[in-house]
Ligand binder design. Structure first.
Ligand SMILES: [Zn+2]
Length: 219
C-alpha cells in the first residue's frame, strides 16, 4: 500500500523535526522543502547547505543519454589518422588499446579499456538507468546497487585524461607525418562535456533521497 510520505518532493528529511546541520559550522537549523531552483543557506555562516536544482533528473537523463551517443560514435570512428611514408593509419580507442596489447604492453591496454570504456560506460549508463525512471517516481530493480556501482566508477572514468594524452601525442607526431583529427576525437570531447554536465546536474544526496522516496512509495 502506498504511503503518504512527509518528504513530498525534495529534500526528504529523515529527522521528523525537519532540522539539518550546516556542513561548515555545524549550526542546527530548520530545513524547509524548497521549490525547484531555490537553495538553502546557513543562517549563521551563509554557506550553501542544500539546493533543489532545477529539473535535476531531466538534466541527468538528457546529458547521460547524449554521453552514451557520443560514446558510441567515439568507438565507431577513428580518433586520429596518421599519414606518413605512403601509409595511412586510422585508430579507434579499442584499436589503440589492442596495438598496445600486441606490442607487449598488456597492462597499458587493460588500463586504457578500463578508464576509457568500462568506467565511463558504467558511470553514464548507471546514471541513466537510475535517473530516467526516477523522473516518474519509479526505481528500477537493482537501482540501489547500480547507484553504488556507478558512483564508485566516477573517479576511474578518465576520458578527459585520454583526450589530453591524444592532444600531446598529436603535437609529438606532427613532425612525423600528416595528422587528421577524426570524428571519434570530437565525439570524445562531447562525451567528456556531457558526462560532466550529467554529474553536475544532480548531487549524490539528492539522488539518494529521490531513490529512497521512490523505493518507499513502491512498498
Ligand atoms: Zn554554517
Amino acid at each position: 500500500m502506498k504511503r503518504d510520505l512527509p518528504g513530498l518532493s525534495w529534500p526528504r528529511l529523515n529527522d521528523s523535526s525537519n532540522q539539518v546541520a550546516c556542513h561548515f559550522c555545524d549550526a542546527l537549523q530548520q530545513a524547509p522543502r524548497l521549490p525547484e531552483g531555490d537553495a538553502a543557506h546557513c543562517c549563521r555562516c551563509g554557506e550553501l547547505i542544500y539546493q533543489n536544482r532545477p529539473r535535476s533528473l531531466a538534466r541527468a537523463t538528457g546529458f547521460s543519454s547524449a554521453a552514451l551517443v557520443f560514446m558510441l560514435i567515439a568507438h565507431l570512428f577513428p580518433c586520429i589518422t596518421l599519414q606518413a611514408g605512403g601509409t595511412r593509419t586510422a585508430l579507434t580507442i579499442v584499436e589503440a588499446a589492442m596495438t598496445f596489447y600486441h606490442d607487449g604492453s598488456p597492462l597499458i591496454a587493460i588500463a586504457a579499456i578500463v578508464f576509457t570504456v568500462v568506467a565511463p560506460l558504467t558511470l553514464v549508463g548507471g546514471l541513466l538507468y537510475v535517473a530516467a525512471p526516477l523522473r516518474f517516481g519509479i526505481a528500477l530493480p537493482g537501482a540501489v546497487t547500480v547507484t553504488r556501482i556507478f558512483q564508485l566508477s566516477e573517479p576511474w572514468s578518465m576520458v578527459e585524461v585520454f583526450l589530453v594524452g591524444i592532444l600531446v601525442a598529436l603535437l609529438k607526431l606532427g613532425s612525423v607525418g600528416h595528422i587528421h583529427l577524426g570524428t571519434g576525437l570530437w565525439a570524445l570531447a562531447g562525451l567528456v562535456l556531457c558526462t560532466a554536465c550529467a554529474m553536475a546536474g544532480i548531487d549524490r544526496l539528492e539522488l539518494w533521497d529521490r531513490l529512497e522516496i521512490a523505493l518507499a512509495r513502491s512498498k
